[in-house]
Design a binder for this molecule. Structure first.
Ligand code: GH3
Ligand code: MG
Ligand code: MG
Ligand code: MG
Length: 324
């Protein structure tokens, strides 16, 4: 269990370390066309940030499309372009939706300030810009951004872990079952075929009994890799339980599914599994049961049950074979 989740948790550690290392070194874009003001702002921020200056909102927009920033400081009274519209663009684009915006407003221009706040500008400074106030507000926004990024990464990680089998990295059974009903519905609505296969490793118990549970786990991991190598991107491969795997194949009729299953079966049987850190080489085979969607109103349970019956026949007829 530690193996697969371990690497993902390792990723989180890296992200955190990166955040710590970069603490204070925010990437700040300043959009300001008054030269003296731009220079003063940049000078105030440069000590602890990487600062970029743009004097035109259109060019600033191009820049944010190609480069990541942690904060945008923007004047709402640009001479030749529209600062407010620039802010609205930032908020509507996926890439910059969460980038904090600190706006610079003419003293007393509450009308524009209110519009800016309405469209999601995070904070503001009144002219003339006070150096201490500027650095304080920038610090606050960068801290919030860092914290939000971390939360987002952790959320992403939790979501991944909730749908992943930790040993093989394949989808887990819960995810497969919840997604399968959606796929059945979609196939039925579109009048498209759909197939599903269940694989079960032959005599797996004897692998554990002979070589130990850890070698058994090695076999399961390698099995997961070969499974992944032999299915298409649209197929959904999951570890269904112990040494059973399921592949859901949208837009696939039973004949095509049979080909996929045969290819899979051969990829398992033809090449021995090197396990135990290269110490052992085991001949592994698997049996496969296939079924397809017969009627649009079939339940997921019916589908799985029929595939399981085919698998049972494959076992009874001698294993290392495909039955549909
Ligand atoms: P058959 O050909 O009929 O499928 O025989 P089999 O030995 O594979 O079938 P059986 O279902 O009796 O054995 C499955 C074994 O899989 C039993 C269980 O100990 C083992 N197993 C289940 N989950 C894991 C796991 O996560 N790791 C390891 N190493 N073994 C597991
Ligand atoms: Mg089994
Ligand atoms: Mg069994
Ligand atoms: Mg088995």
């Amino acid at each position: 269990l530690r193996e697969a989740t371990g690497s993902k948790l390792g990723l989180m550690d890296d992200a955190e370390a990166l955040h710590r290392a970069g603490k204070g070194m925010g990437r700040v874009l300043v959009v300001e066309d008054r030269e003296t003001s731009a220079r003063r702002i940049a000078d105030s921020l440069r000590e602890s940030n990487r600062v970029t200056i743009e004097s035109d909102a259109r060019e600033a927009l191009m820049r944010v499309n190609g480069e990541d920033f942690d904060l945008v400081v923007v004047s709402l009274s640009l001479e030749r372009s529209d600062g407010l519209r620039f802010c609205s663009h930032l908020r509507s684009e996926e890439r910059t939706r969460n980038t904090p915006i600190l706006s610079i407003v003419e003293n007393g221009d509450t009308a524009r300030l209110v519009r800016a706040l309405d469209m999601g500008v995070n904070d503001y400074l009144m002219r003339p810009v006070d150096r201490n106030e500027l650095t304080a507000r920038v610090r606050t926004q960068l801290k919030r951004k860092r914290y939000q990024d971390l939360l987002r990464e952790n959320l992403q990680l939790s979501l991944e872990m909730a749908i992943t089998d930790p040993l093989t990295g394949l989808y887990n059974r819960r995810y497969m079952e919840s997604h399968l009903s959606t796929l059945v519905q979609r196939a039925a609505d579109r009048g498209k075929p759909m197939s599903l296969l269940i694989m079960d490793i032959d005599f797996f118990k004897s692998v554990n009994d002979t070589h130990g549970h850890d070698v058994g786990d090695d076999v399961l991991r390698e099995f997961g890799i070969r499974l992944q190598q032999n299915v298409r991107g649209i197929d959904l491969a999951c570890r269904f339980g112990g040494e059973e795997f399921v592949v859901v194949m949208p837009d696939t009729d039973v004949a095509f599914a049979h080909n996929v299953a045969e290819r899979l079966r051969k990829s398992i049987a033809a090449t021995p599994f090197v396990v135990d850190g290269g110490e052992k080489s085991l001949d592994i085979t698997a049996s496969i049961g296939i079924t397809s969607l017969h009627a649009p109103d079939e339940s997921v349970d019916q589908l799985l049950k029929r595939a399981d019956q085919a698998l049972y026949r494959a076992k009874r007829e001698g294993r290392n074979r495909v039955v549909s």
